[in-house]
Design a protein around this ligand. Structure first.
Ligand SMILES: [Zn+2]
Length: 81
């Protein structure tokens, strides 16, 4: 179901490659976009990548780590004392 999720990406000059872009406020309170890897300011994202494409850039997602989606939430239920 996460295949439909798209992430904004932009070319980061410092990294020299396409990276995920996150939105942030600069010192004057204006919206800017920053490379999530090195925090360098980047151009506003003009593309969106799917999870598969973002993973190919070297990012990882901990989708299967302790989530409630797959196992009937047994790990959460066992927390009650
Ligand atoms: Zn960067």
């Amino acid at each position: 179901m996460h295949e439909s999720v798209m992430f904004p990406v932009a070319y980061c000059q410092r990294c020299g490659s396409t990276q995920l872009a996150g939105r942030d406020l600069d010192a004057s309170g204006a919206w800017v976009h920053r490379c999530v890897r090195c925090d360098h300011q980047v151009e506003p994202p003009d593309r969106r990548f799917s999870v598969t494409s973002v993973t190919a850039l070297g990012y990882t997602f901990d989708e299967d780590d302790g989530g409630c989606g797959g196992g009937g939430c047994s790990s959460c239920a066992s927390r009650s004392s």
